[in-house]
Design a protein around this ligand. Sequence first.
Ligand code: APR
Length: 355
Amino acid sequence: MPIQIVRADITKMKVDAIVNAANETLLGGGGVDGAIHNAAGPRLLEECRKLGGCRTGEAKITKGYKLPCRYVIHTVGPVWQGGGHGERELLESCYKSSLMLAVKYRCKTVAFPLISSGVYGYPKDRALRVAIDTISAFLLDIDEMTVYVVIFDKASYTIGEKLFSDIKSYIDDRYADEHYDASSVRMRQYEVMRDGRFNVENINAKRDKKADTQSFADPMPTMAAQSVPLAKPLSLDEAVKQLDESFSEMLLRKIDERGMTDAQCYKKANIDRKLFSKIRSDKHYRPSKTTAIAFAIALELPLDETRDMLMKAGYALSHSSKFDIIIEYFIERGNYNIFEINEALFAFDQSLLGA
Ligand code: APR
């Protein structure tokens, strides 16, 4: 995954380069600047003294010294003055000039803090948006680089109260149902096993009877009754006949149907080229669930086609998974921005798409 949002202490990251949110003197300070200098040791400051400072929006590189990274790229973010003084452009320039130095020094892995979002007062969510947008645009032309956007403390990270509460109520409505369903399904399976009557017709009949008699006052059991899609078992040759296109074939067909190039698709899915070529070259390749979903998002598939594509990789969207419910939330609203989805997944402590 070319861009990852991680919660970490940047001074502990074993990457080729970490980026420091410095000030124009490059002689250290508080925040992440102070943490990096403390962890790197005094020789970092000695080298910084020779650099003659750095202008806002520009970047300079030093060794990492006692840090677990090879290099430290020092950049100076803008001080937030309300947004009308070119702050966004200067912040973008911090990311671009740091990434250009990373390319020049052949760094394959780079970690950024949220530049300017601390002492310099840039609003956190805007700072994150600028970071993600600028880095993803830069990586469109670069293949072999992974960039980590490091969130040091959860508090410095919000997806906006309205969106958060909207997703939370969406999860609460569904997550509870599924758990109810799951427990009632387990109970039903226990009854069946106990009575030794593992007979599909019986279970279907019992379920239908229960659904008919269920009062509407409490739809939960009705939903539970309908939540067990017990299809009649297929005969072997029927099952073989139903073997339709594989995940990989459906993915490639959808890319063609949308007139996308392979690169446009896997970049939009935030999946690296190597993994994509594995999927392309092996018709029966089984991707991870998050990878399969990332491609469904990149192709902007509606929910039914997303489910179909997942099924071909052996997965299903389940209401017993907050991750899946959040994916469903965004697809139902036609929002396929993988970074906004990842920001929401991150806010709900879920693993990220493509990670
Ligand atoms: N690892 C990762 N991120 C960190 C760490 C850490 N160890 N420590 C702080 N951060 C995060 C903060 O939570 C914030 O989101 O780095 C982001 C940037 O905050 P600051 O370090 O305050 O940097 P900035 O807002 O750009 O202000 C720069 O502060 O420290 C001084 O010398 C620096 O004058 C300069 C100014």
